[in-house]
Design a protein around this ligand. Structure first.
Ligand code: TRP
Length: 450
């Protein structure tokens, strides 16, 4: 065991770590992104590949990240340096942490804009704007929002401030207190939304769409987005879980804790799908319409049923909270790093990094209107941020973390730190040494060849 302590603090208990890690994992990825990319990629086959990626790649890499963090007890960059040195490995592995910090900011750039839409929707829903509306009207409202940089800027700014307000308070006063309050609310609201989806729509159609396996729908692109999404939804590949692991108590078992976080995250994604698709099918909407899926379909549904205004408002508040507990984890790794490296205090670090994230978000929200003809590799800035992070940086970052944990960290150290049975440790080693890296590589090469 190592007796190092993090200068940033420590979670009060294993349970708080689980709430924080689940709070990070469960976010727009589960509720907004998972249903719409499932729709775009045709349903069942995509869901199956996603579940396989979560189990064979996501879970072992989640354990690897937590292990590295708890061993290093610092921000991702410095944990990687220390853990590498302890095993006589190259300190170049710290590059994963640097690239990860950049990835976190890039993700924040589009994440905060989407979170802003959600907040706007919560207000519109609450004030009755969607009552009695049809698809066309809601579609127009969404498009009008995208065409209105000023409105998006206000919400994006509010969301950035909300995020940094928690991060600036630090691990115990900020992150921990935030998740302790927000996660139980999130859970209750989710159950309400699910019950509503089951009772109000075409549940059986949704079930078949999500779980019937049709191999013909399995394209290379679908497999890559399933892989990328496994990383995105579990907050892997950029150091979030290294940072969160560095605040974990020494007693907690990394194996069982990681299994629980993966289970909860996957459950929320599937429940979100089963809440949204029944409504989609009940109203003959197109499941493959893209990022607007939740924003165009749900208001129509909520706007046309009894108590819809209330439940719709609750639902968007739920998504906003989920986004909030995730976005703090996008910022925490780089804030912790800047505090360690440049001897800034948290406030200064938050101002600098929150400022950078905010600027990226301004770029993202302008890409729907004034800047829509600025294309990077054929994508507008918003899509570009999403694509490079989820489909490239996170899988590559995760692959290198797997290789690092499997090949560089001495097996004695990983076994000791994870406190799992010898058999489970052997299995984990096979997954991080061979299976996860090879699968990531295959998917990458296959996509390049297409
Ligand atoms: N997992 C979150 C979601 O599904 C997003 C997120 C938070 C994230 N922190 C991350 C994604 C770190 C990748 C890396 O919404």
């Amino acid at each position: 065991m190592s007796d190092k302590k993090s200068i940033h603090g420590i979670w009060a208990s294993r349970w708080v770590f689980i709430m924080a890690a689940t709070g990070s994992a469960v976010g727009l990825g589960n509720i907004w992104k998972f249903p719409y990319i499932t729709g775009v990629n045709g349903g069942g086959a995509f869901v199956l590949v996603y579940l396989i990626c979560v189990a064979l790649i996501g879970l072992p890499i989640l354990m690897a990240e937590i292990m590295v963090g708890r061993r290093g007890r610092q921000s991702p960059v410095n944990s990687l340096i220390d853990v590498a040195s302890e095993s006589n490995g190259s300190t170049l592995w710290q590059l994963i942490g640097w690239v990860g910090a950049v990835a976190g900011l890039l993700i924040f750039g589009f994440y905060s804009v989407v979170a802003g839409w959600i907040l706007e929707y919560a207000v519109e829903m609450g004030s009755g704007t969607f009552n009695g509306s049809n698809m066309e009207q809601v579609g127009n409202i969404f498009n009008a929002l995208l065409a209105d940089p000023g409105k998006m800027l206000i919400w994006h700014t509010i969301f950035t401030v909300l995020t940094m307000a928690i991060v600036v308070k630090g691990v115990n006063e900020g992150l921990e207190r935030g998740v302790r309050i927000l996660m139980p609310i999130l859970f209750v609201l989710l159950v309400v939304a699910f019950g509503y989806g089951v009772s109000s729509g075409h549940f059986a159609d949704a079930w078949h769409f999500m779980f019937d396996f049709e191999p013909s729908k399995l394209t290379a692109k679908a497999v890559l987005s399933a892989l990328g999404h496994a990383f995105f939804t579990l907050s892997l590949g950029m150091g979030t879980m290294i940072a969160y692991g560095s605040y974990m108590t020494q007693k907690a078992s990394i194996g069982s804790t990681a299994v629980l976080v993966v289970f909860l995250d996957t459950a929320v994604a599937l429940i979100a799908g089963l809440a949204i698709f029944p409504i989609v099918f009940a109203n003959q909407m197109d499941p493959g319409q893209g990022p607007g899926l939740m924003l165009v379909t749900l208001p129509v549904a909520f706007g046309n049923i009894a108590l819809g205004q209330l439940f719709g408002t609750l639902f968007f508040i739920l998504v906003g909270i989920a986004a909030w507990t995730s976005s703090i984890s996008l910022m925490e790794p780089s804030v912790a790093f800047v505090v360690e490296k440049f001897k800034l205090n948290r406030l200064q670090a938050c101002l600098v990094l929150g400022g950078l994230g905010w600027v990226l978000g301004v770029g993202a929200l302008l890409s729907f209107n004034k800047g829509s003809d600025i294309l990077i590799f054929g994508k507008n800035f918003f899509d570009f941020l999403d694509y490079v992070t989820a489909n490239i940086m996170l899988p590559l970052g995760g692959m290198f973390i797997a290789l690092f944990a499997g090949w560089v960290v001495k097996t004695r150290i990983s076994r000791e730190e994870m406190s799992i049975t010898p058999l489970a440790h052997q299995l984990w080693l096979i997954l991080v040494r061979f299976i996860a890296p090879v699968l990531v590589l295959i998917v990458f090469i296959y996509n390049l060849l297409q």
